[in-house]
Write a protein that binds this ligand. Structure first.
Ligand code: GDP
Ligand code: GDP
Length: 351
């Protein structure tokens, strides 16, 4: 995960180390005059402590050796490296700007003590700056949501939106398995009525998982299929309905109208955008388009296992303002991990 971005960030960290370890000229001394300000501290005779005042002299030497400060020019160079690294990794521009702003604030005029490791400082500053774009106030507790609906005797309804081929149907199946592992009873709604293959694919997953699918013929009204599935779940006392939808281009007006109709009819508890991390900025544009059309409550990014750049994962929360719920990390049903910013941060800053 994120190999390329990780290497780029390593170079930024190394740059911070180089800058921090370049000694700045000492301030003009007021009491004991050194021969020349550029002189190496240990060789400067005036800094050798006078017998009666040993401590003052030592303090001066220590001060000259430890005075490592990141000057504005240094910070600009570091920030430039960071900006290039982020944009080359397909991080969306406003997100890169935000990370840079935070890193700049933390690094500007930063002084390091003798024992402070500049690499560690750089790691921490970058980690914190990136963490800020990975979290949002809008928390989603899926199980709590399902339990609250169950207490009212209603199924929780989740509608999955996203572009075809990006992993939506597989993700619906993975999420079903995740819920089944937790003891919930569920049903699928095959609301991708645009493609016969879409319905078949969901049926194959349902068969493997031992789940029911509510479907109609190809070309049927997608909202009606979703409605039937909710009615079925209510009648059978099921806990959750997972609605798989069609996914043409996000610029397709008919598709967005179809999504709006499904949402209007079944009033989902959550509409989840499923994106392919490998598509980088495109995934972000898709998420924004679906959010604008139907209001997404969160995202799932698939194919994280194959994503070297990390741009989509770093950008999607900040751009949509909605949390990442899960990361898809492979092709089996168990390759779905609950999102935790540390999963991403640890992958980025592992040694
Ligand atoms: P849909 O058309 O959006 O429903 O996409 P599918 O669910 O059919 O997935 C398209 C392809 O992506 C399939 O071959 C999946 O196995 C694969 N896929 C889905 N999620 C992941 C993932 O997290 N990692 C990897 N490596 N492949 C995935
Ligand atoms: P429009 O009237 O066709 O524009 O449809 P909207 O996209 O506004 O959605 C119709 C209804 O579904 C409204 O009452 C929305 O509040 C509701 N809605 C939209 N998205 C969500 C969601 O993610 N969760 C929930 N619970 N309701 C939603």
């Amino acid at each position: 995960m994120f190999e390329k971005l990780k290497q780029k960030l390593k170079r930024v960290v190394e740059r911070v180390r180089q800058k921090a370890e370049t000694e700045v000229p000492p301030e003009t001394p007021t009491e004991v005059q050194p021969k020349a300000p550029t002189e190496a501290p240990l060789e400067a005779p005036p800094t050798i402590p006078a017998p009666k005042k040993p401590r003052r002299g030592i303090r001066r030497i220590v001060k000259r050796v430890t005075r490592r400060e990141l000057a504005p020019g240094d910070v600009d160079d570091i920030v430039w490296d960071l900006q290039v690294s982020l944009l080359e990794s397909d991080v969306a521009v406003p997100v890169a700007d935000k990370i840079i702003e935070r890193a700049k604030e933390q690094l500007s005029g930063r002084k390091l003590g003798l024992t402070e490791d500049p690499k560690k400082l750089a790691d921490e500053v970058l980690r914190q700056a990136i963490r800020e774009v990975l979290v949002t106030d809008k928390k989603v507790d899926l199980l709590k949501l399902i339990d609250a609906k169950r207490a009212k005797g209603e199924p929780a309804v989740f509608v999955f939106v996203g572009i075809n081929g990006h992993g939506k149907t597989t993700t619906v199946a993975k999420f079903a398995k995740w819920l089944m592992n937790r003891g919930y009873k569920l049903v699928f709604a095959a609301a991708d009525t645009f493609r016969a293959a879409g319905i078949e694919q969901l049926e194959i997953h349902a068969q493997r998982l031992g789940l029911g699918v509510i479907k109609q013929r190809r070309g049927a009204d997608a909202a009606a299929v979703a409605y039937d599935a909710v009615a079925h779940a209510k009648a059978r006392g099921l806990d959750v309905v997972l609605v798989d939808t069609a996914g043409r281009m996000q610029t397709d007006i008919d598709l967005m109208d179809e999504m709006r109709k499904i949402v209007r009819v079944v009033k989902p508890d959550l509409t989840i955008f499923v994106g392919d991390a490998l598509t980088g900025n495109d995934a972000i544009e898709q998420a924004s388009a679906f959010d604008k059309a139907v209001g997404i409550g969160g995202s799932i990014l698939c194919k994280m296992d194959a994503d070297a750049r990390g741009g989509a994962a770093l950008s999607i929360t900040y751009v949509t303002g909605k949390p990442i719920l899960f990361l898809g990390t492979g092709q089996t049903y168990d390759d779905l991990v609950e999102f935790d910013p540390d999963t991403i941060l640890n992958a980025l800053f592992a040694d």
